[in-house]
Design a protein around this ligand. Structure first.
Ligand SMILES: Cc1cc2nc3c(=O)[nH]c(=O)nc-3n(C[C@H](O)[C@H](O)[C@H](O)COP(=O)(O)OP(=O)(O)OC[C@H]3O[C@@H](n4cnc5c(N)ncnc54)[C@H](O)[C@@H]3O)c2cc1C
Ligand code: FES
Length: 277
């Protein structure tokens, strides 16, 4: 984990609500793994008081200085992200990372039957899944299916990037403006139905909590292991304040324990998580 003042290389508006922030952070880029995040100190003033966590979306590009940059993709939702939109190329930003534990990769398999991985992202939750897809394409021969859940066209962000990686991408738009009409969880049920689940050795998901809970249940029912990247309100981001604690199952009495999403997570085996508490 490093704390650095990183030079901003670009802070581009992609759509009305989404921005792509690129910073020069060689130390963080070198060790970053899919599913990990960084904690940004957005303002030099008192507001927002706390750092803000963002998933690492990309490291590289390879052709400049090897793995010197990290990229984030953020949605403007409140004061902090609104202030962040004002950051300019050449400014410096205080950044801590890489933080947390990333996704665990499935063991290599010789069985053709179980040679696929399915990624399920909701809204801005697709961000760490793109980094994961790039990593898996580079380091494994698994086929990758991606289900992207969006509310409307405006949210269809990384679909072309997954396409370029040769992933099989399907979009579920709640308003029917693209692809499948409805929730991504409904699309997932179809994807894993009719015995098709046996071709998947692992599922990974990131998005709103309710979606993660539903995805976990569908994956469990279809006997596909599932790793969830949890959302939580964070303060320190380094395991010191206990502000992000969630309950997980524990064999010993009383049957649960608390873990810190920022330190032991944000990625967990879905079967461990106690949902809705
Ligand atoms: C591990 C992790 C990775 C993340 N990765 C990304 C990412 O790649 N891109 C991205 O855009 N966002 C990501 N987020 C969420 C991001 O941290 C928040 O959107 C951001 O902190 C909001 O700051 P703000 O000051 O603009 O909004 P605030 O004023 O703090 O809040 C505005 C609204 O957003 C909601 N909100 C704020 N923080 C969270 C949160 N942690 N979880 C759920 N809802 C929240 C609030 O309830 C409120 O409705 C991530 C969060 C975590 C914990
Ligand atoms: S945010 Fe402080 S312990 Fe997780």
């Amino acid at each position: 984990m490093y704390q650095i003042k990183a030079k901003i290389i670009a802070n581009r508006r992609i759509t009305s609500q989404y921005y792509n922030l690129v910073v020069d952070a060689p130390q963080i880029a070198k060790f970053a793994k899919p599913g990990q995040f960084v904690n940004l100190c957005i303002s030099k003033g008192h507001e927002p008081f706390l750092r803000k966590p963002f998933s690492i979306y990309r490291v590289g590009p390879k052709n400049v200085r090897k793995k010197s940059k990290i990229e984030l993709l953020y949605k403007v939702v409140g004061k902090g992200t609104d202030i962040l939109t004002g950051s300019k190329t050449g400014d410096y930003i205080d950044i801590i990372g890489p933080l947390g534990n990333g996704f665990v990769f499935p063991p290599k398999t010789n069985q053709k039957q179980q040679s696929k991985i399915i990624l399920i992202g909701g809204g801005i939750g697709v961000v760490p899944l793109l980094f994961l897809a790039e990593y898996l394409k580079k380091h494994s021969s698994f086929g990758i299916s991606v289900l992207v859940g969006i509310k409307s066209k405006e949210e269809s962000l990384l679909i072309r990037d997954f396409d370029k990686l040769d992933c099989q991408v399907k979009v579920a738009a709640e308003d029917g403006s693209r692809g499948f009409k409805g929730l991504v969880t409904k699309l997932l049920k179809e994807e894993l139905g009719f015995g098709r689940s046996s071709s998947f050795c692992m599922s990974y998901t990131c998005g709103p909590s309710l979606m993660l809970e539903k995805v976990s249940k569908i994956a469990e029912k279809n006997k596909v292991p599932c790793q969830v990247c949890l959302e939580a309100y964070m303060a320190c981001g380094i395991g010191a304040c206990l502000g992000c604690a969630v309950k997980v199952k524990n064999g010993a009495s009383p049957g649960f324990k608390y873990v810190r999403v920022c330190k032991e997570g944000p990625v967990f085996d879905s079967r461990q998580v106690i949902w809705g508490e």
